[in-house]
Design a protein around this ligand. Structure first.
Ligand SMILES: C[S@@+](CC[C@H](N)C(=O)[O-])C[C@H]1O[C@@H](n2cnc3c(N)ncnc32)[C@H](O)[C@@H]1O
Length: 285
């Protein structure tokens, strides 16, 4: 930035200064974000959709995958959770809801679903959107390692008005796992189509980025085209908009579940203090 531009910025109020800096740092992403915010405003007029939890989702999912509900996931996950929560705590971060600005870290039920899908599908190629502290990323990478190898591609647009928080992106991901991880900076709107074209067929897609109806549908339709038969999409915070439901209506032969989240602390912004996530599986051939 030129000294003249810096002088001009100094005279602006703080919020406007942050916005101006973000615009100058990455004009394309800034404009994409503004467009997303404007679209989100129009979504407020859409009719609400109430998701009803499938109480037996875990047993039904395991049955569908040909696995035992009492699989080894609980034993495998317990020590990893201890390590993840400890790693975040050592950096001064309390894992759970609203731990990264207003964003939540992946909760234990969401992580268990992703873990079991990766393990029972013998997944090797996973794409996710929304990294924040990297809780989901860490568990995906650990599950892939237990499958004997694989790769995770993650897209994250760090909060543009809070550059001071960018160091926390991927905090939970161990150095030993990073060779199997590609982190792409930017919005899913701009980065996902190109990434999926480069990666080719995927076993699993995880949405945990911008929870607007438009963005959920955009990501799910993109990922569905790249998903192999029998593969899965997992979407966090489906109760934020009707996008997951609309997508499932558009793929009538797919199997889907509405699942109850299990946050580490109550999330008082949700009607049930917990929230919901969804799973949809592409027909096996
Ligand atoms: C809910 S958090 C992700 C939590 C993460 N899965 C975990 O378990 O730790 C959402 C993340 O998505 C990022 N994000 C927001 N809008 C985005 C977009 N349009 N594309 C990609 N990432 C976005 C946020 O900055 C934040 O880092």
């Amino acid at each position: 930035m030129t000294p003249a531009a810096l002088g001009g910025l100094a005279r602006l109020p703080r919020a406007a200064r942050r916005a101006a800096r973000a615009l100058l740092a990455d004009p394309a992403e800034f404009i994409t974000r503004v467009a997303a915010e404007l679209r989100a405003l129009t979504e407020r007029n859409h009719p609400d959709f109430t998701y009803v939890v499938d109480e037996n989702w875990e047993a039904e999912l395991h049955d569908y995958l040909g696995a035992e509900t009492s699989c080894s996931s609980a034993a495998e996950l317990a020590p990893l959770w201890e390590d993840v929560v400890g790693t975040l705590a050592a950096a001064g971060v309390a894992a759970g809801p609203m731990s990264y600005l207003g964003w939540n870290d992946g909760d234990p039920a969401f992580i268990r679903a992703i873990w079991c899908l990766i393990r029972h599908l013998s997944a090797h190629r996973v794409v996710e959107t929304g990294v924040a502290h990297g809780v989901t990323s860490r568990f995906v990478l650990e599950a892939l390692a237990r499958n004997g190898g694989g790769h995770l591609w993650s897209i994250d647009l760090p909060p543009q008005l809070h550059p001071e928080l960018h160091w926390q992106i991927g905090l939970a991901v161990d150095a030993r796992l990073r060779d199997h991880w590609t982190l792409v900076a930017g919005s899913s709107r701009r980065r996902l189509p190109g990434l999926l074209k480069d990666v080719g067929s995927i076993d699993l897609f995880v949405h945990d980025s911008l929870h607007t109806e438009f963005n959920v549908l955009f990501e799910m339709h993109q990922a569905w085209k790249a998903l192999r038969p029998g593969g899965a999409i997992v979407v966090d915070d489906i109760d934020a908009n009707p996008g997951f439901h609309a997508f499932c209506m558009a793929v009538p032969h797919a199997r889907s579940w509405v699942c109850q989240s299990a946050p580490l602390r109550p999330d008082y912004r949700r009607s049930d203090d917990k929230g919901k996530f969804g799973i949809v599986m592409k027909e096996k051939k």
